[in-house]
Design a protein around this ligand. Structure first.
Ligand code: PA5
Length: 339
């Protein structure tokens, strides 16, 4: 797993270049984008929605279910993402998208979804097989960004990827396994989380997808329960739960923030630290890197991916296998290929 995390920037570059050659559906007047995908194959949709929200004129909706929202139709561009291609929810939602007449791009390493995409003649991104799905995030996410750049002429996204790639490469040198603990903030943070339940909070909804990825990676790689949420909404509910001092002392807060935080956001977070986090085991800040949104989101993702593997190693567990996911798929008679 750690080798795959180290390869994150190079996987991203490969995925970006591959998507340059992808055959695309006609660039019609889309009224919505829908991304279908579960778990490690769904989080790319969350990141896409976060990336495009401030600049894109139509909504990006992520569907983590076997059914589709009623709005999906011929004017909805659908991305169907499943690393294995055998995830029942995604196959079902894809079939519903075809019935609804939605133009669809399939992103998979194989399985049933691969066969269906071929039968329907859909454009397909071929993801390399043999990886844990969540480790393939660059292959699952960046083709969607590049496809939308080509379809909508959002040329600035090329520059955003170049900046992100360079920032991610620098992070691998700083946070990777070769970098000693004394100079490695990811290893230091994993030590602060060790023995506690992480509570990962994004400074705004723009970074909430990164907080969700942290939580999911801590679950799947670290084999621990974790909380996640985003300001300002957490001030209206979760902040009250911190009044339970016994539970609070078992929690280690991680605050994901922007390099230059908006003054109102900074005041809100400072107040919440005093009011709610005073009994926490620790409060750690992780700051996004880069000037554009893609680098800021992916830098937080990569930082969390490293932390989740270091937490696993501190706990003496193997980050790669995910028996409870496989076991439920097995009981539902779903093949767990692609692991
Ligand atoms: O990371 C994982 O293994 C899971 O979260 C899977 O991504 C999830 O179960 C869906 O499977 P797939 O990615 O093959 O569609």
């Amino acid at each position: 797993m750690i080798d795959l995390v180290v390869r994150f920037p190079e996987m991203g570059e490969e995925a970006w270049q591959t998507a340059m050659r992808l055959r695309l559906p006609p660039s019609g007047e889309y009224t919505a984008i829908a991304v279908l995908g579960m778990g490690g194959s769904g989080v790319g949709g969350d990141l896409l929605a976060a990336l495009l929200r401030p600049v894109f004129p139509v909504p990006v909706v992520v569907v983590k279910d076997r059914g589709l929202p009623a709005f999906v139709g011929p004017q909805t561009l659908v991305f169907a993402c499943s690393y294995s291609g055998n995830t029942e929810e995604t196959i079902n939602a894809y079939t519903a998208a075809k019935q609804a007449g939605a133009p669809t791009i399939v992103i998979t390493s194989g399985g049933v979804l691969h066969g269906l995409a071929t039968a329907h003649g859909d454009p397909r991104v071929q993801v390399p097989p043999g990886m844990p799905p969540r480790a393939a995030l660059p292959y699952l996410f960046l083709p969607m960004v590049n496809a939308l750049r080509r379809l909508t002429h959002m040329g600035e996204l090329s520059g955003e990827w170049a900046e992100a790639r360079d920032a991610l490469r620098a992070m691998v040198a700083e946070l990777g396994p070769q970098s000693p603990r004394e100079r490695n903030p990811a290893k230091q943070l994993a030590e602060r989380l060790f023995g506690h339940m992480p509570a990962v909070y994004a400074s705004s909804p723009d970074l909430a997808a990164a907080a969700y990825r942290w939580k999911s990676q801590l679950n799947e790689n670290g084999k621990v329960l974790a909380l996640w949420h985003a300001f300002p909404e957490l001030n209206h509910n979760e902040a009250v739960g911190w009044e339970d001092g016994t539970t609070a002392a078992r929690l280690a807060v991680v605050l994901l923030g922007e390099p230059a935080e908006d003054a109102a956001v900074a005041r809100r977070i400072a107040a919440t630290r005093e009011v709610s986090f005073r009994s926490a085991a620790s409060v750690s800040d992780v700051t996004a890197r880069g000037s554009a949104r893609l680098a800021r989101l992916l830098s937080l993702v990569l930082f969390g991916d490293f932390v989740s593997v270091y937490v696993a190693l501190l706990r003496g567990v193997d980050p790669t296998p995910v028996p409870p996911i496989d076991e439920v798929k097995r009981r539902l008679r779903l093949p767990a290929e692609g692991r």
